[in-house]
Design a protein around this ligand. Structure first.
Ligand code: NAP
Length: 324
């Protein structure tokens, strides 16, 4: 098969070239990939800073949508020919991938491979962190940083459907407008206004923060949290090191949670996919929640697609088309 490999040159050039065909285990399906999507983590992996977890394919790509080519002997519920989408620990930028069948969802007949390629990584990330890690409840308020990112656009919609108030931050007026359309009750351009000030002007604070910024936001994130608030850090785009006011954390009874999806065990991911399928999958099938898609490029243009994320130009997802 072909896959995108990273050349060991200063530009980390991406090449679409022949690689060994994948093998699959008894609990896995072998999928012919039609679409995959770019995630911020791919940029880190390309740079050599985010190696795939043990046992994962060496290629980039944390999600895909395609058609099952073959299934292992222990797989139930899926068969060759089924159209599926799924979460990967790697290997999406390729013609085929082996994936545990428990990490797949069936692609509805009336949806295409582009729709299906934009869902798994960002919706499962938003879901696990907001609803399982932070235990966000109906009636509570969530602050979503990076509201127009892939994860952010998913998170805003999940919060809206869960009956929560949503505050989002983003860095351009176009992104702010999109956050509002998706359901944010308050959207703050963090480049023009201090987000903590804006939140205090509008409300008495938030119950949950989904953070991607890390160091520069920690103090303000803790400050805008109400008593018993939860902060989930899923990325540290402004850096990993800062100071923390432990007294504030103690007095307000805050919970600080760090989280990654990719390196979780098979069993943990099984539970996440199953819980998401039960709670939010019907809303995606019904069209109440939609993936937000910026652009679809051919897989050979993976470098251009990654550049869109690197320059923060996307609202929602950028996809790669591997097959029509
Ligand atoms: N822990 C996990 O399991 C997990 C899983 C998936 C994703 N993530 C992380 O979640 C984040 C979103 O992922 P994604 O793939 O959806 O990203 P994305 O679509 O590339 O969006 C990221 C957005 O973050 C904003 N941003 C960039 N640098 C920033 C900074 N220094 N301060 C504040 N905002 C900044 C930009 O929007 P503005 O123009 O609005 O600034 C950018 O468009 C990424 O950092 C990713 O690594 C974590």
């Amino acid at each position: 098969m072909k896959a995108i490999i990273v050349k060991e040159d200063p530009n980390r050039t991406l090449l679409w070239q022949e690689v060994p065909d994948p093998t699959f285990a008894s609990n896995e399906a072998l999928v012919n990939i039609h679409t995959t999507a770019i995630n911020r983590a791919d940029l880190l992996q390309r740079a050599g800073n985010y190696p795939p977890p043990p046992g994962a394919p060496p290629y980039m790509g944390l999600e895909m949508c395609g058609t099952i080519a073959a299934v292992g002997t222990a797989v139930t519920g899926f068969k060759p020919g089924d159209r599926v989408l799924g979460l990967l620990a790697g290997g999406g930028y390729a013609e085929q991938v082996a994936v545990p069948a428990t990490h797949l969802l069936p692609l509805p007949d009336d949806r295409d491979f582009v729709w299906g390629g934009a869902i798994a990584e960002v919706f499962l990330t938003a879901f696990v962190n907001l609803f399982l890690e932070a235990e966000l409840q109906a009636g509570e308020t969530a602050l979503i940083h990076g509201g127009a990112s892939g994860v952010g656009t998913a998170a805003i919609q999940l919060c809206r459907e869960a009956g929560c108030k949503v505050i989002a931050t983003a860095g351009t007026e176009a992104k702010i407008a999109r956050c509002r359309e998706l359901g944010a009750d308050l959207a703050i351009n963090y480049k023009e206004r201090d987000f903590a000030e804006a939140i205090h002007a509008d409300s008495d604070g938030v119950d949950v923060v989904l953070d991607i910024a890390g160091a520069d936001y920690l103090e303000r994130n803790m400050e805008v949290l109400k008593p018993r608030g939860r902060l989930v850090v899923i990325a540290v785009l402004t850096g990993p090191q800062t100071q923390i006011d432990l007294l504030q954390m103690q007095i307000k009874r805050l919970r600080l949670i760090g989280s990654v999806l990719r390196s979780r065990s098979l069993e943990e991911k099984n539970a996440i996919v199953a819980a998401f399928k039960e709670r939010f999958w019907p809303l995606l099938i019904a069209g109440r929640i939609e993936p937000v898609i910026e652009e679809v490029l051919p897989v050979e243009r993976a470098a251009d697609a990654q550049q869109i994320l690197a320059e923060n130009r996307n609202i929602g997802k950028v996809l790669l088309q591997v097959r029509p």
